[in-house]
Design a protein around this ligand. Structure first.
Ligand code: GSH
Length: 223
């Protein structure tokens, strides 16, 4: 399908937005990025996502697509021949990838956000560590000895987890402890190196310092 007019409503620190930006980059699709103020939501955001009122929102011509994973799938299916597949082609591998992304979205970012922006909660930190340890095993299963969860190229699980890397590293600084630990998670540490070296990641992932500053601000206003 021809590219058409693409607009993305986003917020710079949102991992859900960052994963969509990575896949748009990976597919080589050009788009207009419209930064949103989530404390003062625009008419555009409320019009296009009246149900959740959240970013990301992808506007493709006269179509609106909401929810990051739904957007990723739309992009992958709409432009299948452009860049590598995001979701695996094989139905079983696809099911496994979907299982892990659901796990990541359910377990990881909510705990990171709580642990970094609210008062330190020991159980939240333990949740993050337990989740990352499970993902170490998932990497072994999905990557089959290659560089990414998606094998030779960045795929569905890579972007879902990778968009949270700066939040994980910022959380380590705020909490003063190691979450991604080279002793316990050597495979994830290697994966992180490969992931951060990719151009599609470098272009859109904010710096740890910038995320840390935001998290400390949110933390100060919450406590
Ligand atoms: N499940 C959604 C989550 C999106 C989300 O939580 N977005 C946040 C930014 S990180 C947002 O827009 N928050 C605004 C609000 O809750 O009012 C997705 O995957 O797109």
């Amino acid at each position: 399908m021809a590219q058409g007019d693409l607009k993305l409503l986003g917020e710079w620190a949102s991992p859900y937005v960052i994963r969509v930006r990575m896949v748009l980059e990976q597919k080589g699709l050009s788009y207009e990025y419209l930064e949103q103020d989530l404390y003062n939501k625009s008419e555009l955001l409320l019009k296009h996502n009246p149900i959740h009122k959240k970013v990301p929102v992808l506007i493709h011509g006269d179509r609106t697509i909401c929810e990051s994973l739904v957007i990723l799938q739309y992009i992958d299916e709409n432009w299948p021949g452009t860049g590598p597949h995001v979701l695996p082609v094989d139905p079983y591998e696809r099911a496994v990838a979907r299982f892990w992304t659901a796990y990541i979205d359910d377990k990881l970012f909510p705990s990171i956000l709580m642990a970094t922006t609210k008062e330190t909660k020991a159980e939240k930190t333990a949740d993050i560590l337990a989740t990352l340890e499970q993902l170490e095993g998932a990497f072994k299963e999905c990557s089959a000895g290659k560089e990414f969860f998606g094998g030779d190229s960045i795929g569905w699980v890579d972007v879902t987890l990778g968009c949270q890397l700066t939040w994980i590293r910022a959380a380590e600084k705020i909490l003063g402890l190691k979450l991604l630990d080279e002793m316990k998670m050597p495979l994830l540490i290697e994966w992180e190196k490969h992931f951060l070296a990719a151009d599609i990641v470098k272009h859109v992932l904010p710096s740890v310092e910038r995320v840390e500053e935001l998290a400390r601000m949110l933390r100060a206003s919450a406590n």
